[in-house]
Each structure stands twice: as structure tokens, then as C-alpha cells.
Design a protein around this ligand. Structure first.
Ligand code: PRP
Length: 211
């Protein structure tokens, strides 16, 4: 049976992602035990899992090292990658939002500065609104940028809203919905058609019962 490598991300999404694979009958026992390992065998079909950073899921899938990946569409919106987005897994739901401090006066004619980990998403959004902004790319803890005067506002992911709340920020605008997507390498879909579609179809069936 053809070998299928699946790239997953450590972090919030992992548990729910593993549950989906288990629900469609794919053994994830080694993956469940984790520890510090990064490559895991499944006893189902000829599947192995790798655990990488979210952005690297795209890279591994694009290069065909992983046939299938699970990643938030925040990264698909930010990075132009050569792969097929096959399914919305309906997990990891959150939103891209513009946020700032409560007292921020939005409607000035002054050009805004936006701090974000997602410069492409932010610039596309404001361009489509016809608003010119300056974007500052930062790598994390985005929420402190307006507090410290680095930026007027941030573009970031909001899930529960807790990070914003605890840092005294509020949502100014909701931008895009985010959820986890199943992506597939283009060549794998042709060359390993049967093996990839067996997985995709079973997950699609399972996910559609949950909507
Ligand atoms: C995201 C985002 C916020 C937080 C929002 O960061 O950048 O900081 O989650 O979640 P909340 O609305 O539930 O508080 P993440 O935890 O993914 O880590 P990162 O900053 O390392 O990307």
C-alpha cells in the first residue's frame, strides 16, 4: 500500500485533529503518546504523521514530503502556496480581527499603523477597503503593540477574546473567518490517488455529519 505522510501542527488544533483521524478509523495511538518524538507511525494503511510548526505544514506539503496536511486558513491566506485545499474541517474556528485600545479614535484621516504577524492579510484587507495603512511585521505578543505605542491597531487572530481582554484591547472590525483546512500536495493527489482519496473521502463524510 502506498505510503501517506500527514503533517500536523503542535498546539491548540492537534487534539481535535487527532480525534477526527481516529473517528474515521485511523490509528493514532503512537501520536497520542507524543513525548518529544516528531514522526509517528500509524497501524492503519501505511500512514505516518509528522509534527511541525504550522507554517512548515505548508512547506512540507508543497514539497511533497507530506502528502496531506492540516493547517488553519490563516496561513493559507497569508502565504501563496502550491497545494490543494480540499476540506474545511470545521475545527479551530476563530477570526481575523482589527483590534486596538478602547479609547482609540478610529475615524481620523491620519494614516494608521498596523502591527501584525500577518502582513499580507492585513495589507490585502485595508487595500480592499481603500484605506492606506503602514504595516509593521512582528512575530508575536502582537497585543502589546498599541499599548506601547508601536502601532495604532493590530490585525490578529481572536478565538475566545481572552488575550485581547486581558491586555485591554477591543475588536474594532471582524475581518475573516478562520478554521482548519485539509490540504493536499498536487502530485500526491494524482500519483497516490487511491490512498489520498480514501483518507479525504472518509474525513469529508465524517465532517459533513458534524455540520
Ligand atoms: C493567537 C493570537 C492571539 C491568541 C488569541 O496566538 O495571536 O494572541 O491566539 O486567542 P484568544 O482570543 O483565545 O485569547 P497563539 O496562541 O496561536 O500563539 P502565537 O502568538 O504563538 O501565534
Amino acid at each position: 500500500m502506498e505510503r501517506i505522510q500527514i503533517a500536523l501542527t503542535k498546539g491548540r488544533l492537534l487534539d481535535e485533529t487527532i480525534s477526527i483521524f481516529e473517528k474515521v478509523g485511523i490509528d493514532c495511538s503512537e501520536l497520542r503518546q507524543q513525548g518529544r518524538k516528531l514522526i509517528f507511525q500509524s497501524n492503519t494503511y501505511n500512514i505516518s504523521f509528522i509534527l511541525v510548526k504550522a507554517a512548515d505544514v505548508l512547506t512540507y506539503v508543497e514539497h511533497g514530503v507530506a502528502d496531506i496536511g492540516v493547517v488553519g486558513n490563516d496561513l493559507l491566506l497569508e502565504n501563496e502556496k502550491e497545494c490543494y485545499e480540499m476540506l474545511d474541517l470545521n475545527i479551530g474556528r476563530c477570526k481575523f480581527c482589527v483590534a486596538s485600545i478602547d479609547s482609540y479614535e478610529q475615524n481620523t484621516s491620519r494614516r494608521k499603523t498596523i502591527a501584525t504577524k500577518y502582513p499580507t492579510v492585513a495589507s490585502t484587507y485595508f487595500r480592499q477597503k481603500g484605506e492606506e495603512v503602514d504595516i509593521i511585521k512582528i512575530e508575536g505578543s502582537v497585543e502589546i503593540a498599541p499599548l506601547l505605542g508601536l502601532a495604532d491597531a493590530v490585525v490578529d487572530i481572536v478565538e475566545t477574546g481572552r488575550t485581547l481582554r486581558e491586555n485591554g484591547l477591543v475588536v474594532l472590525e471582524e475581518m475573516y473567518d478562520i478554521s482548519a483546512r485539509l490540504i493536499v500536495n498536487k502530485a500526491s493527489l494524482k500519483m497516490k490517488k487511491e490512498a489520498t482519496f480514501r483518507i479525504i473521502d472518509s474525513i469529508e463524510k465524517y465532517v459533513s455529519t458534524k455540520v
